[in-house]
Ligand binder design. Structure first.
Ligand code: UD1
Ligand code: CA
Length: 457
């Protein structure tokens, strides 16, 4: 079984926030999560996360889903991996991938291809490298005739070595047994007085073993962020990469301003995404939809030919042909049926709305089961909360809910029920009845003339 050790002990000093650097988010997910997902995508499941600075944030995030070890003092990348020795010894026979928890763009393909090279060449260590225009700050990869000779950190490099543009991404495959024995020999004999994991390269070579580099085809594998500007750059890179992938799949964008799409979102052919739209989580969108402008969609399942305009929708299902917006809030656990129309200033929560129903304006439907072909007039409210309990309303097919109707839950309207405008419905209504609840209309003749006297023109 192959192991993974993810180094996540570091602090993000220049971020000016007191959380571990790998917990800073790119497209709404901690960088550590990106790295974990890359491992999962490469079918690697034996993960150990080395935590250090403010480790409680990491514990809280992982909720015990992976093994962690604590590095009490930050004495370098080699020292960090040393903390994982007991973990490594559990699966000593195969290989170990070491990754940085703050380099979110390492990808599953790179991981798998590097492992192939590592195995094919029977390397003791295979360093994942990248060739960059500006290598400043990174460890330089010194090549040998048939592999690599060493990795030299910026602070230890000669002027000649500083010119090398092949850099260490901070990700490596090791033979696990060789890694464990190399960790024994790493000493902090360098400009920074740190235990460098990179010393494992010449330690392996000194023992007559092979070390080589896998040059990643993804130039972003090395990218990390040291400050907020750097983090914004990572967000922009990730954001545009996802949008480009959707364009390749036939999704239309006439302008990408303000559009952010989570990387697990799926979008069907011919759908158009308009400005200011944020789509998150495991949202799936069908074909030929128009989503936007200015929608926020999280974990929703959306059918074909749906229009969403200025809609916020969470954890809900919106079926084929629904037209929703502008200014609509679909709260969790709702199912909006086929060809439903929902118009401005409507909120739907934890409700099922049947096919072809129309809720056109200024209405709240909460904790309700609404049939098909129901028409809500303007300003209707399902009064679902009595101050203690939430109760449900049931509305049968073909009902016509007059403007400003209050339905006091729990209450049930049968099929084809009409409610008169302004009625407050407190009792179940039988099929095909008109429910009307109104005081007698009275007039006081001449009232305003008396009140306003000479002000009337
Ligand atoms: C390291 C590499 C360098 C490479 C670069 C890529 C070494 C000696 N150098 O540089 O060759 O080009 O990564 O980004 O390894 N960490 C801990 N505990 C520590 C130190 C670091 O957990 O004591 C973690 C950090 O949180 C981070 C990762 O290890 O996730 C890399 O640490 P960082 O300080 O960025 O490494 P560099 O020295 O910059
Ligand atoms: Ca670094």
């Amino acid at each position: 079984m192959d192991n993974v050790v993810i180094l996540a002990g570091g602090q993000g000093k220049r971020m000016k926030a007191d959380i571990p650097k790998p917990m800073f988010k790119v497209l709404g997910e901690p960088m550590l999560e990106w790295v974990i997902k890359a491992c999962k995508g490469a079918d690697l499941t034996e993960l150990c996360i080395v935590k250090g600075y403010k480790f409680e944030y990491i514990d809280e995030y992982l909720k015990g889903s992976f093994e962690t070890v604590l590095q009490e003092e930050r004495l370098g990348t080699g020292h960090a991996v040393m903390q994982a020795i007991p973990f490594l010894k559990k699966n000593i026979n195969d290989n170990t991938l070491v990754l940085c928890g703050d380099a979110p763009f390492i990808d599953s393909e790179t991981i798998k291809n590097a492992l192939k090279l590592h195995k094919r060449e029977d390397n003791s260590v295979t360093v994942i490298t990248s060739i960059v225009d500006d290598p400043t700050g990174y460890g330089r990869v010194v090549r040998s005739e048939n592999g690599i000779a060493s990795i030299v950190e910026e602070k230890d490099a000669t002027e000649e070595q500083k010119k090398i543009t092949e850099i260490n991404s901070g990700a490596y495959w090791f033979k696990t047994a060789d890694l464990v024995s190399a960790l024994d020999e790493i000493k902090p004999n360098n400009a920074q007085g740190e235990y460098y994991l990179t010393d494992s390269v010449f330690i392996a070579l000194n023992k007559g073993k092979r070390a080589n580099a896998y040059i990643s085809e993804n130039p972003n594998v090395v990218l990390g962020a040291n400050d907020r500007k750097g983090l914004l750059l990572l967000n922009n890179i990730a954001r545009m990469a996802i949008i480009e992938k959707h364009m390749e799949n036939g999704i239309e964008f006439n302008c990408t301003d303000g559009i952010t799409i989570g990387r697990d979102v799926k979008i069907g052919l011919g759908t158009e995404i308009l400005q200011g739209t944020i789509i998150k989580g495991n949202t799936v969108i069908g074909e030929n939809c128009v989503i936007g402008p200015n929608c926020l969609i999280e974990n929703c399942e959306i059918g074909d030919n749906v229009t969403l305009n200025y809609v916020q929708a969470y954890e809900s299902k919106i079926e084929e042909g629904a037209k929703i917006g502008p200014f609509v809030h679909i709260r969790p656990n709702s199912v909006i049926g086929k060809n439903v129309k929902i118009g401005d200033f409507v909120e739907v929560k934890n409700s099922n709305i049947g096919e072809n129903t129309s809720i056109a304006h200024l209405t709240y439907v909460g904790d309700s089961d609404v049939g098909s072909r129901v028409n809500f007039g303007c300003g209707c409210v399902t009064v679902n909360y009595d101050g203690v309990n939430k109760n449900r309303c049931k509305i049968g097919d073909n009902c016509f809910i007059g403007c400003n109707t209050n339905l006091i839950a729990p209450v049930k309207l049968g099929e084809g029920v009409y409610t008169a405008a302004g009625s407050t419905i407190t009792k179940d209504v039988p099929d095909y009845a008109l429910a009307i609840e109104r005081g007698e209309l009275k007039f006081r003749e001449g009232y305003s003339k008396r009140k306003l006297k000479d002000k009337l023109k």
